[in-house]
Design a protein around this ligand. Structure first.
Ligand code: 1MF
Length: 188
């Protein structure tokens, strides 16, 4: 994945646990390079090693770390140069989810080594939808749960995500039931 992903993991760990903990995690993951370059494509193995090492050092499950990372990614990319792109992708949670394939198509034009996942929305109701996630990568479903929660925070929307079908258990792809409720607070 692009170095931006590994940089986001670094930023998340450093902001919560400090630079020293990050160095320990990097060492445990046997990462040689001092810094990641956002626009360089790295082997997925690097990211997986970082998640595994973070899980060992912090005493959290890999799935907890990936979920936290998904939530973090939404705010991190918003402040690291992709704010405008995110703004163009929708004003609310269901709209944003329906525009994700377009977002990845736009990123993919400039960065050809992107391996974009696909997100398809079906069964659209007032307060729920089914989200179908298809990816060239395996094992990232917990991150998707975090990503949707991160979008909930972005749009001030209460969200509940339940995984209905798991590729890891033989399904053709991962499916999530997303229930949401915008917070209709009236500004003063
Ligand atoms: O292949 C990739 O390197 C890759 C990296 C990140 C593919 C997708 C993504 C984003 N995606 C990660 C989880 C799924 C991965 C998978 O299944 O293969 C999260 C998608 C997402 C979901 C909900 C809400 C927001 C989301 O992401 C917004 C987004 C997506 C891509 C980028 C930024 C924000 C992006 C921008 C530039 C990139 C890479 C990704 O690469 C750079 C960076 C700096 C300079 C040059 C290229």
């Amino acid at each position: 994945m692009y170095g931006l992903v590994n940089k986001a993991i670094e930023d998340m760990v450093c902001s919560h646990f400090g630079e020293e903990t990050w160095q320990t995690i990097k060492q445990q993951a046997e990462i040689e390079s001092d810094t990641f370059i956002s626009m360089e494509a790295y082997p997925d193995d690097i990211t997986h090693r970082l998640v595994k090492a973070a899980s060992q050092v912090l005493g959290l499950s890999s799935s907890e770390i990936m979920q936290a990372f998904g939530e973090y990614w939404v705010q991190y990319t918003a402040q690291e140069g992709y704010g405008e792109m995110l703004e163009m992708s929708g004003d609310n949670l269901p709209e944003f989810l329906q525009n994700l394939d377009n977002l990845h198509a736009r990123v993919g034009v400039s960065f050809p080594q992107l391996k974009p996942p696909s997100f398809e929305c079906t069964d659209l109701e007032d307060e729920s939808l089914s989200l179908h996630y298809r990816s060239m990568r395996e094992g990232l479903a917990p991150m998707v749960i975090g990503l949707v929660k991160g979008l909930g925070a972005r749009f001030d929307t209460e969200v509940d995500v339940t995984q209905m079908e798991k590729r890891s258990e033989g399904a053709e792809h991962d499916t999530f039931l997303v229930k949401y409720k915008p917070n209709e607070s009236t500004p003063a």
